[in-house]
Design a protein around this ligand. Structure first.
Ligand code: ZN
Length: 207
């Protein structure tokens, strides 16, 4: 991935569903840069606090220090002089301006590695990810294993919780392939359970 331009700036995006190893891959790339004594910084949005707020931790427990930021403006303000590689985890939770920040960094000779969910639980492109994927020099799509059939899983299936786009917690999701994916709607389940409750109440009322 070197030699593209003399200053060495470019954008890499690691995109995929949950449980597909995005954070592991980000950590692997950042570690290799550190071995080469390149100055690195890793950022993640404040919303992702599933493990330790100041580290990025992959599901295989590899970890690196990360700076937690509110938005792209704060990320930009926390960049240190001479940084050579910037990692961004959970990029889908950033505002749209993250794309401009990544472009500015790459134009200035910084290698940017952004990892994030490419789609939400309804398979809609997630936050700034579509634009990031469009402008990146390099794109890696990571895949999980479908929990139903064992084939390549491209989707994050919601299995519990509400209908909001952001619902944090591994327990609410499963990796699924295209054949096994089912659109999730909390309302339907709630309606069904409400109907069941009414029926149960009626049954208990009848003498
Ligand atoms: Zn499947």
């Amino acid at each position: 991935m070197d030699g593209l331009n003399p200053r060495g700036g470019w954008i890499e995006v690691i995109a995929g569903g949950m449980f597909s190893g995005k954070s592991e891959e980000l950590i692997r790339r950042i570690r290799r840069a550190e071995i080469a004594r390149q100055r690195t910084q890793i950022f993640k949005p404040v919303i992702d606090n599933r493990f330790d707020p100041h580290r990025i931790v992959s599901r295989d427990n590899r970890e690196l220090d990360a700076l937690v930021v509110e938005d792209s403006a704060e990320l930009r303000s926390k960049l240190v002089f001479g940084v050579k590689v910037v990692g961004i985890d959970e990029a889908q939770f950033f505002d749209d301006k993250i794309v401009d920040v990544c472009m500015e960094l790459a134009d200035a000779g910084v290698r940017v590695i952004a990892a994030g969910l490419d789609q939400d639980y309804l398979r809609r492109p997630f936050g700034p990810m579509p634009r990031l994927l469009a402008v990146a020099e390099y794109v890696s799509k990571t895949h999980a294993v479908c929990v139903r059939c064992g084939s390549v899983a491209h989707y994050t299936q919601r299995v519990a919780g509400g209908n909001s786009q952001i619902e944090i917690g591994d327990g609410s999701y499963e990796a699924r392939c295209r054949s096994c994916y089912e659109p999730y709607r909390a309302d339907d389940e709630q309606k069904i359970s409400a109907a069941e409750t009414r029926m149960a109440l009626k049954a208990s009322e009848t003498p």
